[in-house]
Design a protein around this ligand. Structure first.
Ligand SMILES: *Cc1c(COP(=O)(O)O)cnc(C)c1O
Length: 430
């Protein structure tokens, strides 16, 4: 495979865009080499500008559960766009999508749409603070909740500490209310509750973490969080921007009995268009402007074209709930294939699957939190990623990302991917 055109395009992009990309991970920094510049997608495939074709397991980092250019979503977008791209006024499409979500999630009575996952989480956090009248909140090391200031806190020590900003430009004053706990470790959360002087507004968690690789929360841990929050009058926020409509039709909430007070959504909910959402119990959502005092707004929020894409996706998913069984079977088959391929090459590999989400780490040890995830061998990962890419398989370009199966990926493509994985694993030592 040649990457000449992508190399030139990357160089050109570099001159005008910092790092040549609009989101850092796309630059391939952690795996090296030049990111293929994409010309188009089609079903399970991506095509780059050099004419290379890849089986796509990234799917725009999660949104494209029906693969590229799904005809129904495409059609909904085109038909809606013909009527105008944006009005900044209410449309029935917003209500229709809101209704679908409210019907699906028992934890959501009302929902508001925004333009990204970052915005959804930032707004949910403000609402939780406004509702409880408290400033401190708990987040978990290794969980990603978008790049807003108070959530961009260093993933670091396992002990409960007040967070330090993980980026210049984030004043420590803005992260001093962010308490860090360890994923799947209830004691670390208890310590946060003990340390907080003004009280904890909320605990925010990815109930299935997908941003430190794929690391699900244990059921007893989620139950413990629920009890702790209830005992202290704190809210529990499930950040399901990734897991929503991915882990199951109801996201992580289809796989646990624990119910959060607020939920954030994104990715699949927009069907490939920029959409985020946050929702929860009516009495909490009631605090939101214009009903209540907590301010939140957006010029393009609830954009009709984006709503149409999301609505079509959700209705397709709801009409076909059994597709999650198929997606999970394929994800499991793929991960079993990767494990066997790793074994045949004498490499350690542990894998995880939740619905259409999959993850793997080059380690022997079980991965329960970010410290464990960091033990995965990054050199192996880099080589594996490169070998797969060069053989036409597009995997996430960081070992801390999750992979996704779309309905466009059939069994034959999974088999082909596994066959390629054998070659790629063998090449790691070579
Ligand atoms: C992707 C993601 C976000 C951020 O969403 P953006 O649309 O990239 O702003 C927040 N939380 C989780 C769990 C995510 O996976």
């Amino acid at each position: 495979m040649g990457y000449e055109k992508s190399e030139a395009a990357f160089e050109e992009a570099y001159r005008y865009i910092p790092g040549g990309v609009d989101s850092p991970v796309r630059a391939f920094g952690s795996v090296g080499g030049v990111p293929p510049f994409i010309e188009r997608g089609e079903g399970p495939y991506l095509y780059d500008i050099d004419g290379n074709r890849y089986i796509d397991y990234v799917q725009s980092w999660g949104p494209l559960i029906f693969g590229h250019c799904d005809p129904e979503i495409e059609n909904a977008v085109i038909e809606t766009a013909k009527k105008g791209l944006s009005f900044g006024a209410p449309t029935e499409l917003e209500t229709a999508l809101a209704k679908e979500i409210v019907e699906l999630f028992d934890s959501i009575d009302k929902v508001r749409f925004v333009n990204s996952g970052t915005e959804a989480v930032m707004s949910a956090l403000r609402l939780a603070r406004g509702y409880t009248g408290r400033d401190d909140f708990v987040k978990f090391t290794g969980c990603y909740h978008g790049h807003s200031d108070s959530l961009l806190v260093q993933a670091g020590s396992g002990a409960a500490t007040f967070g330090a900003p993980s980026s210049p430009g984030v004043p420590a004053d803005l992260t001093k209310h962010t308490l860090l706990a360890t994923y799947n470790d209830l004691e670390s959360v208890k310590r946060c509750f003990e340390q907080s002087e003004g009280g904890i507004a909320c605990v925010i968690i990815e109930p299935i973490a997908g941003n430190m690789g794929l690391v699900p929360a244990e059921e007893s841990f989620l139950q413990g969080l629920r009890e702790l929050c209830d005992a202290h009058g704190a809210l529990l926020i499930f950040d399901e921007v990734m897991s929503g409509f991915r882990a199951s039709l109801k996201g992580a909430q289809g796989l646990t009995t624990v119910r959060p007070d607020l939920v954030t959504l994104g990715k699949v909910i927009g069907g490939g268009m920029p959409v985020g959402a946050f929702g929860g119990r009516a009495e909490i959502m009631h605090k939101l402007s214009p009903e209540g005092p907590v301010y939140q707004a957006g010029t393009l929020s609830g954009n009709p074209v984006a709503m149409a894409a999301g609505l079509t996706s959700l209705r397709k998913l709801k009409a076909n709930p059994s597709l999650y069984v198929t997606l999970a079977e394929r994800a499991r088959k793929l991960m079993e294939g990767f494990e066997a391929a790793a074994r045949s090459a004498g490499l350690p590999l542990v894998t995880e699957v939740r619905g259409s989400m999959f993850g793997f780490f080059f380690t022997d040890e079980p991965v329960k939190n970010f410290e464990d995830a960091k033990r995965g061998d990054n050199e192996y990962f880099k080589k594996f990623h490169r070998a797969m890419l060069d053989r036409g398989v597009y995997l996430a370009c960081s070992s801390y990302e999750t992979g996704f199966i779309s309905t466009a990926l059939d069994d034959a493509l999974i088999d082909e991917t596994i066959r390629i994985a054998y070659e790629a694993m063998q090449s790691i030592h070579g």
